[in-house]
Design a protein around this ligand. Structure first.
Ligand code: DX5
Ligand code: ZN
Length: 218
């Protein structure tokens, strides 16, 4: 069964405590926190204070996805704001190895993300340094976009790379996840499903999380 990480980007920001408590009471494993700076991506979401506010009510680990330039400047701040897993983008990190070491020194789990145009092979030298790899299945910046079909092939390639390297990390997919693609993603080898709009725009978010958790595979 996949781990589920609802993205609070799609929550009602005026009722954030209520929405975090909904996740607390659901079958989800993580709370996915999308940080955007208007530089790495063409949209601004929120920063450390909101992350810290979510943390005050969260009963599940915060999976913090940094879609920002120079993420190394803010690692300590996000760790202090309660990040348990910190994801940086390979496209934003000229010194990725150092950045991942820093995340681990801060006591968080290190995770790396790749955009749709970035091949999984570009991760080959740092696969032993991460506990999670995030494959973007939309172009980062906005919730509610449609899923890019190439993602299945990238997941399969990463599963193979992981086996060849003899290392272990979770494979997370983020963007456009719903009940149509979730079974295929889990089949391909995905460990963690991020879902924003599909959870929060549904009539019963707790039931939707449960449905994603229990997807049937072939
Ligand atoms: C996109 C973010 C995603 C987003 C997913 O840039 O990284 O986490 O919240 O939202 P949906 O599930 O609506 O595509
Ligand atoms: Zn995300």
């Amino acid at each position: 069964m996949p781990l589920i990480a609802p993205s609070i980007l799609a929550a009602d920001f005026a009722n954030l405590q209520r929405d975090v408590e909904m996740i607390n009471h659901s079958a989800a494993e993580y709370i996915h926190v999308d940080v955007m700076d208007g530089r790495f991506v063409p949209n601004i979401s929120f920063g450390m204070p909101v992350c810290a506010a979510v943390k005050r009510h969260a009963q599940k680990p915060l999976d913090v996805h940094l879609m920002i330039v120079e993420p190394e400047r803010y690692l300590e701040d996000f760790r202090k704001a309660g990040a348990d897993i910190i994801t940086v983008h390979i496209e934003a990190c000229p010194n990725l190895h150092r950045t991942l070491q820093h995340i681990k020194e801060l006591g968080a789990q290190a995770s790396v993300a790749i955009n749709p145009h970035t091949p999984v092979a570009s991760l080959s030298e740092i696969l032993g340094e991460v506990s999670q790899v995030l494959i973007m299945s939309v172009n980062p910046g906005f919730g509610g976009q449609s899923f890019i079909e190439n993602t299945y092939r990238k997941v399969r390639e990463l599963v193979e790379l992981r086996a060849d390297a003899g290392v272990n990390f979770d494979i997370e997919v983020d963007g456009g996840v719903n009940l149509d693609n979730a079974p295929l993603l889990v089949d391909a080898g995905v460990d963690v499903l991020v879902a924003g709009s599909f959870v929060f725009k549904s009539n019963d978010p707790v039931a939707t999380i449960q449905a994603l958790k229990g997807v049937e595979t072939d």
